[in-house]
Structure formats: C-alpha cells, structure tokens
Design a protein around this ligand. Structure first.
Ligand SMILES: CC(C)(COP(=O)(O)OP(=O)(O)OC[C@H]1O[C@@H](n2cnc3c(N)ncnc32)[C@H](O)[C@@H]1OP(=O)(O)O)[C@@H](O)C(=O)NCCC(=O)NCCS
Length: 170
C-alpha cells in the first residue's frame, strides 16, 4: 500500500538515498551514465524545502519512503526541483501520484502552473512529463526565472543543450 503525504523533517535523512537509487536508471542511457553518480540534494536542502517549500513523499508499507517530490512556490508557478523514485519502485505510478499531489497543492493555493527543468528526449524525463500534461518551452517562452535555473544547471556542469524547461498550466 502506498501513502502520499507531506514530507516531515524526520524523513530528511532517508531522502538522499532515495535520489541516489533513482539515478541508477541513467546507467543504461548512453552519454548520461554519469548522472547516476552525480550529486544529490543534501539532507539540509531537504530540510529547507520541507520548512519553506512544498514537499511530498510516497511511503510504502513494509518499505518506508519509496519516492519524494519537492519544489518552491514562485510568483507564477510551483517549480519542481526534484522528483525521485527508488529504483525498486519505478514504473508503478508513484511519480505520477506525487506530481498529482503537487498539482492539487498548487491549485488549492491559487498557483496557476507547475514548472520544471529536465533532460530532453530521455524517456522518463521530457516525454514522460509531456504525457502528464507539461509543455516544453521554446526559447522565447523561457522567463528570467527559468533562464536562471537553466544557467545554474550549466554552471553545475549539466549538458545544457540537452536540458529543457517545461510548464503545465492548471
Ligand atoms: C522519472 C520518475 C520520477 C518517474 O516516476 P515513476 O514512478 O517511475 O513513474 P510512473 O510509474 O508514474 O510512470 C513511469 C513512466 O516512466 C517511463 N519509464 C520508466 N522507466 C523507463 C525506461 N527504462 N525506459 C523508458 N521509459 C521508462 C514509462 O514510460 C512510464 O510512463 P507512462 O506510464 O506514461 O508510460 C522516476 O522514474 C525516477 O525517479 N527517475 C530517475 C530520476 C529522474 O529522472 N527524475 C526526474 C528529474 S526531472
């Protein structure tokens, strides 16, 4: 049984391990294998987003925390910083349920859209979010906030030509 609930501070120590496990899926994707060993959000970052942002976990009976999502409310959107599902739980709808929870939270708080940045073309990234109703933004549609997110990713070493920004209007 899966329960989607807001993340609590006591969950923070478990979350970097969930993200590390989620990244394993990239080992099979030519050119991006290194993402599997890339840095993950720190426990401190999780605590900050639990306190000041939006954070949900998927808790599985007999397992513990199987997935998490976090984000920040901005002037025009709930921006999702991370969605991560433990490798053993991928493909069972947990990602979809977490995004639906974020969407409900945004709608309940009068936030008109969700935004995120992700890898173009990777099946569990851009095409996946498209199926969930996100639209890939063209250059002219990327506002200064999202441009700054992409710029920071470039500085952190992500291959920027392979990144895209997406938005879902609610
Ligand atoms: C992306 C992620 C959050 C999706 O969560 P999930 O619970 O596995 O997703 P769901 O069960 O809701 O849906 C699985 C989808 O992923 C796609 N997918 C998963 N693994 C895949 C694979 N190896 N190859 C192709 N597609 C795959 C499926 O097509 C499926 O989409 P569909 O149901 O619309 O057909 C999760 O796979 C994950 O943690 N990935 C690694 C980290 C990551 O990329 N995070 C997103 C950063 S923007």
């Amino acid at each position: 049984m899966i329960r989607i609930r807001p993340t609590r501070p006591c969950d923070a120590p478990a979350l970097p391990g969930v993200e590390r496990s989620s990244g394993d899926i990239f080992r099979g994707w030519a050119g991006l294998e290194w993402i599997a060993d890339d840095d993950v959000q720190s426990e401190e970052r999780h605590r900050a987003l639990i306190a000041d942002g939006v954070a949900f976990v998927a808790e599985a009976a007999g397992f513990g925390i199987a997935a998490f999502l976090n984000g920040t409310v901005t002037a025009d959107a709930l921006h999702l910083w991370q969605v991560a599902v433990h490798r053993d739980w991928q493909g069972r709808g947990l990602g979809r349920q977490l995004i639906e929870a974020a969407q409900r939270h945004a709608a309940d708080h009068g936030v008109p859209s969700l935004t995120l940045t992700t890898f173009r073309d990777v099946p569990w990234n851009e095409p996946y979010y498209r199926r969930l109703g996100f639209v890939t933004l063209g250059d002219g549609q990327i506002d200064p906030r999202l441009r700054a997110v992409l710029d920071a990713e470039a500085r952190a070493g992500l291959p920027i030509a392979q990144r895209c920004a997406m938005r879902k209007h609610l």
